[in-house]
Design a protein around this ligand. Structure first.
Ligand SMILES: Cc1cc2nc3c(=O)[nH]c(=O)nc-3n(C[C@H](O)[C@H](O)[C@H](O)COP(=O)(O)O)c2cc1C
Length: 475
């Protein structure tokens, strides 16, 4: 049963936000969404962006497969002018699941096909792809690598929640960290992956620093000894080195990053049924390993370091920043405010509108710190039919340069075309944040070790049967 989303108009959203103590503007004037934008040397035809959305549907060797290509075709035809290609691992050991894409010589042709079908679909639907920007997110999953957790640091709250499948236990404080030499090799892998993406023809690469995967965990590694831990300078060393090398070796590719600007702390469900509500895990203060988080109050962001860091990133040559937050495994309500809890989650511990407001508030402060670098805001999907209204108001006010749509795009890949042609989303395709996509992403009981994900309710033809198979397997 929907508990929170009961709005009939944008004004009702604004009023609810105000009742919760937040200002949230919405606007029915969508013109700002269709203004072009310069992103470094690139030009995007509008401000609508498809977030990186992993389909978990590659081949076991890391190539895009049929469903992957279908997704990029649909995104390409959808009319958004920035398409942020999904998490693609820089090495096999850093893949988050057995079907995650991999950047390697043997996948280059496949990743090129993914880009080609996307651009071709865009040309067919929109006439011209000269103002379409397509990037690729380069990732190392760190503690969430599916073969074995690869730790940047020990996190007293996350370690006991991080399963080491092979060892048949959870991570303990005695488990070894990736060494400084390991991290140097990972730098090489990032540079090699960026060169590959540049050679294929992607417009930008994203050095993924969010959701507590490896580079995101490094940002929080205040307790790590050695060259990559402790001071902010050390914690950002890997990214600084990689950016320097990409700029000297493939200067034409635009460098972007998706950045956790607030980690928060892990939650766990407590209670029964409808009362299974997320509660913060027990923790000691001050918090040692939560980036962008007030060390004495996990609910409050402390943007001192994120703001300093985005200025550094700009000075090093980053030309696009996508603001995200939280940890999809341990505080999913922060990453993706939802009406219905994900299968591995809990009922919302806060009104999802507070989660959306957190996304908007933090993105706005990041954008204000670096007005010359376009910032992408996240966390729009819970607003359903009013997401475009919030996007338009945020962009008109300069609180972000682009609006990123995540779950909404699996349900309604042509959301931008729909807005452009009819001035509204197609009611029958609006994501209701049922969390089916997350449930599929978390489902491993499949011959390939991973279910493909998509939108069972609104992309029924393909994902209806996939969902049924999962349910039957569960039964
Ligand atoms: C199925 C699924 C796949 C995702 N894949 C990625 C990914 O590859 N990289 C990433 O940075 N975020 C990923 N995310 C997070 C989304 O990009 C987005 O930040 C999140 O869903 C919140 O935005 P929304 O409210 O518009 O959905 C994924 C989320 C879901 C549900």
């Amino acid at each position: 049963m929907a508990r929170y989303f009961k709005f009939k108009s944008p004004e009702e959203v604004t009023a609810e936000a105000a009742a919760l103590g937040h200002e949230m503007r919405l606007s029915a004037d969508f013109a700002p969404l269709f203004l072009p934008l310069a992103i470094g040397t690139l030009r995007a035809g509008n401000r609508l962006l498809v977030q990186p959305m992993e389909g978990c549907d590659g081949t076991l060797d890391g190539n895009p497969d049929e469903l992957t290509l279908r997704r990029y075709k649909r995104f390409g035809a959808g009319g958004a002018k920035v398409i942020w290609g999904e998490a693609t691992a820089v090495c096999d050991a850093g893949r988050a699941n057995s079907r995650q894409l991999l950047a390697a010589e043997h996948t280059a042709a496949g990743l090129e096909q993914m880009l080609r079908v996307c651009r071709q679909a865009h040309r067919e639907a929109c006439g011209d792809d000269g103002d379409l920007v397509v990037g690729l997110q380069l990732t190392h999953s760190g503690r969430y690598s599916y073969r074995k957790p690869l730790l940047a640091t020990h996190d007293p709250i996350l370690d006991p929640l991080t399963r080491d499948r092979d060892a048949g236990r959870f991570v303990t404080a005695g488990d070894p960290l990736l060494s400084d030499d390991d991290l140097k090799r990972i730098e090489d892998q990032y540079v090699a992956a960026a060169k590959l993406a540049a050679r294929i023809g992607y417009d930008f690469v994203d050095l993924k620093q969010c959701h507590r995967y490896l580079l995101s965990e490094l940002l929080a590694a205040r307790n790590r000894p050695g060259e990559y831990g402790g001071s902010l300078e050390n914690r950002t060393r890997l990214v600084r080195n990689v950016i320097g090398r990409i700029r000297s070796e493939v200067p034409h590719i635009v460098i972007a990053t998706r950045l956790n600007s607030y980690d928060g702390i892990p939650y766990r469900g407590e209670g029964e049924g409808e009362n299974f509500i997320g509660r913060p895990c027990p923790h000691e203060l001050p918090l040692a390993t939560a980036f962008g988080t007030n060390p004495h109050d996990h609910l409050a962001e402390d943007l001192t370091e994120p703001l300093a860091y985005v200025r550094m990133l700009r000075d090093w040559g980053v030309r696009l920043i996508n603001v995200s937050m939280g940890n999809p495994y341990s505080n999913p309500h922060v990453v993706r405010p939802a009406e219905f809890p994900p299968v591995d989650g809990y009922h919302a511990p806060e009104h999802p509108l507070l989660g959306v407001a957190r996304h908007f508030r933090i993105a706005r402060q990041i954008q204000a710190a670096i007005p010359d670098v376009p910032v992408v805001g996240s966390g729009y999907s819970w607003l359903q039919e009013f997401a475009p209204h919030a996007a338009a108001a945020n962009i008109a006010a300069g609180h972000a340069a682009l609006a990123g749509f995540g779950r909404a795009t699996l349900a309604h890949p042509d959301f931008a075309q729909s807005l452009a042609t009819s001035g509204r989303l197609n009611r029958k395709q609006i994501c209701r944040t049922f969390s089916y996509c997350t449930a599929l992403m978390r489902a491993k009981n499949h011959p390939l070790g991973q279910y493909p994900t998509g939108c069972p309710p609104f992309d029924k033809e393909v994902y209806g049967p996939v969902w049924k198979e999962l349910e039957e397997g569960r039964g």
